[in-house]
Design a protein around this ligand. Structure first.
Ligand SMILES: *Cc1c(COP(=O)(O)O)cnc(C)c1O
Length: 375
């Protein structure tokens, strides 16, 4: 049996280890927020946004952002069917109603053409998730949001380093959120970031994330409203500071890994990878291979073959309305179809060319096996 290939694995160097040690030894008392503040500043500067608030997860950042924007009971929020559950959960936490929309065939992101018919007086926001590093059609979404007075929120958990017409993903809508989960391009183990150019929104998020305590309140232990607690620790922030300083290295390696898959699959008509929108570039968090309908290859076949070869590949996200606890039932032919014939390919920083070749050989073998079978 050949050695195991994981699906993701962070790249941690001595730089990060030294910073974490420093935080563990000195990040207390009056320095108990020093690493968190620096991480926020470094991250904001790196992606070109004015305000950043670090959180314990991207889910928390989204929950805070929606709450600070006043989203609540009976409001409706539009998002794509192909999403991780983290994007829909905070909408439900707040008593609002998620409204699910199918994806575009090419970008795998929310299809703007399907949004207008879902808008009614209760609609308050659109969440644009940039799936697997691919970018949403932000120009169309901004136009729809502006025209209907809706918030545009960018779930950029998977889009670190993706650039839309010269601007970093996450900095274009009313606010953006990022994830630093261990599987993401930049990691703090668990962690997230809320970003915006709106000063009062940033302040509201900060207050909500500190149990509703306003920094201008003179009384100690006197929250001015009911808040939340999704704060990041100094230890995680120290790791994050090291990772942000390696931003280009981490993103460029993702791009290199993607390009290597692309080269290995050059000329193979029946397998397609992530596509980049015009005037945009991708941070390629996750290469995703889609088999053509003609090939007859299914998600189950792909996952089984990988498993037999000790390779940890993952399925494309299931359409959210398939989940038992999601209240809406919506048709999403594109999201359904794509998820049935595609798979995420391993893309961790230290993957070798040989490992990538091994992975591609399996993809090709599946294709040929099915061809023989069909013929
Ligand atoms: C990873 C991810 C999240 C959640 O991030 P956490 O930090 O685990 O809360 C949210 N949205 C998308 C699209 C993700 O991929």
């Amino acid at each position: 049996l050949s050695t195991e290939i994981p699906y993701s694995k962070p790249s941690i160097t001595k730089l990060e280890l030294d910073l974490v040690s420093k935080a563990a030894l000195a990040g207390w008392g009056n320095r108990s927020n020093a690493f968190v503040s620096q991480f926020e500043d470094d991250f904001a500067r790196r992606i070109g946004v004015q305000y950043a608030v670090a959180t314990s997860s991207c889910t928390g950042a989204l929950h805070l952002g929606l709450a600070a924007s006043g989203i609540g009971k009976d409001d409706e929020v539009i998002l794509a069917q192909s999403n991780w559950v983290a994007t829909i959960a905070p909408i439900i936490y707040l008593g609002a109603k998620p409204v699910l929309v199918d994806i575009e065939e090419v970008s795998w992101c929310i299809d703007p053409e399907l949004i207008t018919s879902k808008i009614n007086p209760k609609t308050k926001a659109i969440i644009a998730t940039h799936l697997y590093g691919n970018l949403c059609d932000l120009n169309s979404l901004s136009r729809i949001a502006r025209k209907n007075n809706l918030l545009l929120i960018e779930d950029s958990a998977e889009a670190l380093g993706s650039i839309y017409e010269g601007k970093h993903a996450g900095t274009i809508g009313d606010f953006g959120v990022f994830s630093f989960h261990g599987s993401k391009t930049l990691t703090t183990g668990e962690g997230g970031m809320f970003v915006t150019n709106n000063e009062s929104l940033a302040m509201n998020v900060r207050i909500l994330n500190n149990h509703g305590r306003d920094p201008n309140e003179e009384r100690q232990f006197w929250p001015s409203k009911l808040g939340y607690k999704y704060k990041m620790t100094n230890l995680q922030a120290a790791l994050g500071i090291g990772q942000v300083s390696r931003f280009d290295e981490l993103v460029n390696r993702k791009i290199e890994i993607f390009q290597n898959y692309q080269n290995l699959l050059f000329g193979v008509k029946d397998i397609k990878l992530n596509k980049v929108r015009i005037n945009c570039s991708s941070g390629y968090w996750m290469p995703n291979a889609i088999f053509s309908t003609n090939s007859g290859v299914t998600r189950e076949q792909i996952l089984e073959e990988f498993k037999n070869n000790s390779i940890d590949a993952r399925p494309f996200f299931w359409p959210l309305s398939n989940l038992d606890f999601i209240p809406t039932i919506e048709d999403s032919p594109v999201a359904d179809d794509i998820s049935k014939r595609s798979v995420n390919l391993p893309s961790f920083h230290e993957i070798t060319d040989l490992e990538q070749s091994r992975i591609v050989k399996i993809l090709l073998k599946l294709l040929n096996k099915n061809k023989d079978f069909l013929a």
